[in-house]
Design a protein around this ligand. Structure first.
Ligand code: NDP
Ligand code: HSE
Length: 436
C-alpha cells in the first residue's frame, strides 16, 4: 500500500516529540496502521532554532499555508497552538480534503462546532485526543469505551502544569513562580501560562469532555473557571489536618435542572486515588450509570506523552482512510443530529460542600454569630477547627467544612459573615467534593 504522507504545523514540544515517536516506532506503528507513515513537510517560525527532533529528509518552511496546500499531503498535524492562524489553517486543510490531527484544546473548545461541521461536509476526520489530558486516552475512553453508558458526572485533574505547581508547593515548600518557571522550561506550560494557572486551559479541556460525555455543543463561554493562584500554604496544611488534599479539578455534572461545568481548586478526601495524583500527572474520574466509577491516569503534558496521543490519532485516521465517511466515529461521540442544547447552570446554581477559612477576633460569641448566619442559610457544618492566635495577635484562624449547599446561599452567607465586626478580611472558600 502507498505510504500516508504527513505535514506538521509546529515543531516545538509536541511537534518535536511527535517526529521522534513516529521515527523511533515506525515499524510498530506500520504494523498497527497497515501503512507506512512518512513526514514530508513541516513548518516552524524560526528555522535556525535548535530542535528536539531530527528533521533530516523533511522539507521545512516558515509558511504553514505551504504545508496545508501541498496536494501530496494526506494528514495535517496542527501542533502550533493558539486560535489564529491555527483555525484558518485547519479550515483550509479540511477544504483541501485533508484529515487533521490537533493537540490544540483552545481551538477545539472555541471553534470546534464550526470545524467539525466543515469536516463532516468535506468527509474528513479531525482528531484531537492530545487536546485533553496529554497522553491519557480519555477522549477515546468516553467516546468509544463508555458509549453504552449515560455519563452522570466526570471530575478530573486536567492541567499538568497546575498539578505540578500544587504538588511541588505542598511537598517541597517551593515558591509558586519558581515552580511555574520549571514547568515552562520542561515544556508543560501553555505559551501564555496564565491559561494554566487561571483555569482557562482546564476550562477548554472540560468543554470538550462535557460535549463528548453529554452530547451538548462545545460552549467554553459557559464554563465557570477559577485558578490556583489564591491557594495558600495555610489552606493546604489545614485541608490536610482535616483529611483532605487540594486539587485543581474540572467537574461536569448532570443534574435534574441542567449541567454544571466548573473548574476550581477543590478539597478531596485524601483516601481517594485522584487525591494522590501528583506532579504533571493527570487523572479523570468518569461515572457511567452502567459501569460505575472509572479512573484514567497518566502524564498530562510533555513532548512524548502528548506525542503518544497524537500518533494514536494518526493511526486511527490511517485505518479510517478507506472507510465510508458516514460510518466514521463521530467527532463529539454523538451523531451530529443527536447533539442537543441542554441548560448549563450558572455558578449560583451549583451544589457543593465548602471549606471556609476566616480570621476571627479572639473573644466569646464570635463563632456563635458565624454559625447562626450559616444556619439561617440552611448550611450545616461538618467540622470546625479553631487555631490558637499567634503570639502578639488578637485574631485567630477558624476553619470550617460544610455540608452540600446551593452556591447562592453560600455567597449570601459569606457576605454577611464578612460584614461582622468580629471578622477580619475576606472569607477564603474552597469547594469540597467527596467524589463518592
Ligand atoms: P511550542 O511553543 O513548543 O511549539 C509551537 C510550534 O509552532 C513551534 O515550533 C513554533 O515555531 C511553531 N509556530 C507557532 N506559530 C507559528 C506560525 N505562525 N508559523 C509557523 N510556525 C509557528 O508549543 P507546544 O508544542 O507546547 O504546544 C503546541 C500545541 O499543543 C498547543 O495547542 C498546546 O496547547 C498543545 N499541547 C501542548 C502540550 C504540552 O505538553 N506542551 C500537551 C498537550 C497539548 P518555533 O519553534 O520556530 O517558535
Ligand atoms: N499546558 C497544558 C498542561 C499542556 O499543563 O496541562 C497539556 O495540555
Amino acid at each position: 500500500m502507498k505510504p500516508v504522507k504527513i505535514g506538521i504545523l509546529g515543531l516545538g514540544t509536541v511537534g518535536g516529540g511527535t517526529v521522534n515517536v513516529l521515527q523511533r516506532n515506525a515499524a510498530v506503528i506500520r504494523g498497527r496502521a497497515g501503512r507506512d507513515i512518512i513526514i514530508t513537510r513541516a513548518c516552524a517560525k524560526d528555522l535556525t532554532r535548535q530542535r528536539i527532533c531530527d528533521t533530516q529528509g523533511i522539507q521545512l518552511t516558515t509558511d504553514p499555508f505551504e504545508v496545508v496546500n501541498d496536494p501530496d499531503i494526506d494528514i495535517i498535524l496542527e501542533l502550533m497552538g493558539g486560535q489564529s492562524p491555527a483555525k484558518e489553517l485547519v479550515l483550509q486543510a479540511i477544504a483541501n480534503g485533508k484529515h487533521v490531527v490537533t493537540a490544540n484544546k483552545a481551538l477545539i473548545a472555541l471553534h470546534g462546532n464550526e470545524i467539525f461541521k466543515k469536516a463532516s461536509e468535506c468527509g474528513v476526520t479531525v482528531a484531537f485526543e492530545a487536546a485533553v489530558a496529554g497522553g491519557v486516552p480519555i477522549i477515546k475512553a468516553i467516546r468509544e469505551g463508555l458509549s453504552g453508558n449515560q455519563i452522570e458526572w466526570l471530575a478530573g485533574i486536567i492541567n499538568g502544569t497546575g498539578n505540578f505547581i500544587l504538588t511541588e508547593m505542598r511537598d517541597k515548600g517551593r515558591d509558586f513562580s519558581d515552580v511555574l518557571a520549571e514547568a515552562q522550561a520542561l515544556g508543560y506550560a501553555e505559551a501564555d501560562p496564565t491559561f494554566d494557572v487561571e483555569g482557562i486551559d482546564a476550562g477548554h479541556k472540560l468543554t470538550i469532555l462535557a460535549s463528548i460525555a453529554f452530547g451538548i455543543p462545545l460552549q467554553f463561554d459557559k464554563v465557570y473557571t477559577e485558578g490556583i493562584t489564591g491557594i495558600t500554604r495555610d489552606d493546604v496544611e489545614y485541608a490536610e489536618e482535616l483529611g483532605y488534599r487540594i486539587k485543581h479539578l474540572g467537574i461536569a455534572r448532570k443534574t435534574a435542572v441542567g449541567i454544571e461545568l466548573r473548574v476550581h481548586p477543590t478539597l478531596i478526601p485524601e483516601r481517594r486515588l485522584i487525591a494522590n495524583v501528583d506532579g504533571v500527572k493527570n487523572a479523570v474520574l468518569v461515572y457511567g450509570d452502567a459501569v460505575g466509577p472509572t479512573l484514567y491516569y497518566g502524564a498530562g503534558a510533555g513532548a512524548e506523552p502528548t506525542a503518544s496521543a497524537v500518533v494514536a490519532d494518526i493511526v486511527d485516521v490511517v485505518r479510517a482512510l478507506t472507510s465510508d465517511p458516514e460510518n466514521r466515529v463521530p467527532h463529539l461521540a454523538f451523531q451530529p443530529n443527536a447533539i442537543v442544547e441542554q441548560p448549563i447552570l450558572s455558578a449560583e446554581q451549583f451544589t457543593t460542600a465548602y471549606y471556609l477559612r476566616l480570621t476571627a477576633e479572639d473573644k466569646p460569641g464570635v463563632l456563635a454569630e458565624v454559625t447562626k448566619i450559616l444556619a439561617e442559610h440552611n448550611i450545616s457544618i461538618e467540622a470546625i477547627i479553631q487555631k490558637e492566635p499567634q503570639l502578639g495577635f488578637t485574631t485567630l484562624p477558624v476553619i470550617m467544612l460544610t455540608q452540600k449547599t446551593l452556591e447562592k446561599e453560600m455567597n449570601a452567607a459569606i457576605a454577611e459573615i464578612e460584614a461582622l465586626s468580629s471578622i477580619t478580611g475576606k472569607v477564603s472558600r474552597i469547594r469540597l467534593e467527596t467524589l463518592g
